[in-house]
Design a protein around this ligand. Structure first.
Ligand SMILES: O=C(O)c1ccccc1NC[C@H](O)[C@H](O)[C@H](O)COP(=O)(O)O
Length: 255
């Protein structure tokens, strides 16, 4: 079994080039400098980083690209970049800035062909489809535009389609759980991990070590968190030792 990956997420306000954090995608407040946090997490044993420009707008692009370049040259671990990627040209700028993988969300829902184009141009291993979902009754609905716009898409149906189109992995975020530290949405993760064969990254809600264990048991190969790490609630090495003690394979060979 491949080792699960512990993935801190830096949500960036593209206008100011700072890391922000909210709850349920609302009430964003500044929590730190992207380079400092990225280097700290790399030193502490993070396996990858996700950097999302959650205010993505055309005029903020240069600031965000500068952050990407600085982070990518400051850490030794893979970096997935997302937020406002609308075209192959946008993706190309991020790869040139140092992204190892590019994540697409709204643009993929609007034009699913973009997933296939990205996978063909850069390889599935560099193509991540981010899915932001809200629970509606017993189902999960896909939201786009930074969680602000509901779609008619069922999250599991969309996950299967994205995988069929060539996505190399899925970044599955529960909007309901984001920032709450009450745990991942395990039912959402199980529904998607049992429907696709590509790796999924659990996102939204991690609040204590047990939640990461539950996410791994639910079939997530990537375990992402933002609040938990930004607010210093747990250290990555302690988390990895906890998971290893419960039989979850993690990368511990770093110092
Ligand atoms: O993904 C977005 O578009 C977006 C927009 C506005 C605010 C937050 C957003 N995403 C939430 C991030 O993916 C967030 O890092 C994850 O949900 C993990 O958050 P935690 O629950 O704090 O670990």
């Amino acid at each position: 079994m491949t080792a699960v990956r512990i993935i801190p997420c830096l949500d960036i306000d593209g206008r100011k080039g700072v890391v922000v954090k909210g709850v349920n995608f609302q009430g964003l407040r500044e929590v730190g400098d992207p380079i400092e946090l990225a280097m700290k997490y790399d030193d502490e044993g993070a396996d990858e980083l996700v950097i999302l420009d959650i205010t993505a707008s055309i005029e903020d692009r240069p600031t965000f690209l500068k952050v990407v370049k600085e982070v990518a040259t400051s850490v030794s671990i893979p970096v997935t970049i997302g937020g406002g990627v609308r075209s192959l040209e946008d993706a190309d700028k991020l790869f040139k800035a140092g992204a190892d993988k590019v994540s697409i969300n709204t643009a993929a829902v609007k034009r699913p062909q973009l997933v296939e184009e990205l996978a063909r141009q850069y390889g599935s291993q560099s193509t991540v489809v981010a899915i932001d979902a809200k629970r509606i009754g017993s189902r999960y609905k896909v939201y786009i535009k930074s969680g602000g716009t509901p779609t008619d898409l069922d999250a599991v149906v969309w996950a299967v389609k994205a995988a069929d189109l060539g996505a190399g992995e899925l970044l599955v975020t529960s909007i309901d759980k984001d920032g709450t530290r009450s745990g991942y949405d395990i039912e959402l993760l199980r529904a998607i991990s049992s429907s696709v064969t590509i790796p999924i990254i659990a996102s939204g809600g991690a609040g204590e070590m047990r939640h990461f264990y539950e996410g791994a048991l639910a079939g997530a190969q990537g375990l992402l968190a933002a609040s938990l790490f930004h607010f210093g609630i747990i250290k990555i090495r302690e988390l990895k030792e906890y998971l290893a003690s419960r039989g979850v394979e993690v990368r511990l060979d770093y110092d």
